[in-house]
Design a protein around this ligand. Structure first.
Ligand code: ZN
Length: 285
């Protein structure tokens, strides 16, 4: 991909991220996620309620130029604004870069994966803010998973296409992309159901279970296993860090949605090098 396309995609992604910030911050858990009444209307400072002028609404730049503060009341602006904008820009630039955009079906596949990671970005930010995962996002991811299966089968053929590459054969169920996705969805759902039953709901919530099923459909078997492994490793690391630093957040509920998004991103962007390193340690090539 040429640098100009990459930069254009990045800037477009930042602008989309700016819109997603509004969706995230105005979501209340009751109205529909994209309710026009909720996300419409002029943007204003959350602190002094002053309506923002156009030059205060330029994604990323306004935040940087104003030093992260409101121009009038000097209240700190939510750090979520630049973080979501940068991550959204990165998704738009680097997802197509990883997949390549050679032929038309490949562009469609890249677009679907961009949608997956933009949805996971919104999900993670809302889970951090409210501790809930909107059903709209789960349904959206499920629909994207079905489209991914259809387009991928049409382009790559009926066999499963795993981010594990040749190592996927170790885990079986590789003959059919449809079967691999069905096993991924059912397996991830069953795993979280067992986890909730075993910990009597103290570990994971129903929100995590409802997200795991469409995520299994999107990634398929065995990739979803490693999305979960990376998510649990990251979650455990943050949990241990919190205990070491004296903040016993194990008592409180650490939202798991962001870790699932992190696990998905880890597999997608760094899965191949991680697997070839790991399996070469085991002497499997
Ligand atoms: Zn203000």
């Amino acid at each position: 991909m040429d640098p100009l396309t990459l930069v254009t995609l990045f800037i477009f992604g930042i602008a989309i991220g700016s819109f997603l910030n509004v969706v995230i911050l105005r979501y209340d858990g009751e109205h529909f996620l994209l309710d026009a009444k909720m996300i419409g209307g002029r943007s204003h400072c959350m602190h002094c309620r002053q309506t923002l002028r156009w030059f205060e609404l330029v994604p990323l730049f306004s935040f940087l130029l104003q030093g992260g503060r409101c121009r009038r009341c000097k209240a700190r602006l939510n750090i979520q604004y630049p973080i979501v904008e940068l991550l959204s820009g990165s998704v738009f630039a680097f997802v197509p870069l990883v997949l390549g955009t050679g032929a038309a079906p490949l562009i469609a596949i890249a677009a679907l994966w961009v949608a997956v990671f933009e949805a996971l970005l919104v999900m993670a930010a809302i889970d951090i803010r409210l501790g809930i995962i909107p059903d709209e996002i789960n349904i959206f991811l499920g629909v994207i998973g079905v489209f991914l299966a259809i387009v991928s089968v049409g382009y790559f053929g009926p066999a499963n296409q795993s981010f594990l590459g040749p190592y996927a054969a170790i885990f079986g169920a590789q003959g059919s992309a449809i079967l691999a996705r069905a096993v991924g969805a059912v397996g991830a759902g069953a795993f979280f159901a067992l986890l909730i039953a075993a910990t009597r709901g103290r570990g994971m919530g129903m929100g995590d279970l409802k997200l795991a099923i469409p995520l299994g459909l999107v990634f398929g078997w065995p990739d979803i296993v490693f999305v979960l492994v990376f998510a649990f490793v990251a979650g455990a690391a943050v949990g241990v860090l919190a205990i070491v630093r004296g903040k016993n957040s194990m008592k409180g509920t650490l939202p798991f949605g962001p870790f699932l998004a992190l696990g998905a991103a880890t597999l997608f962007f760094w899965g191949a090098p991680i697997f070839s390193w790991y399996f070469s340690l085991l002497g499997i090539r």
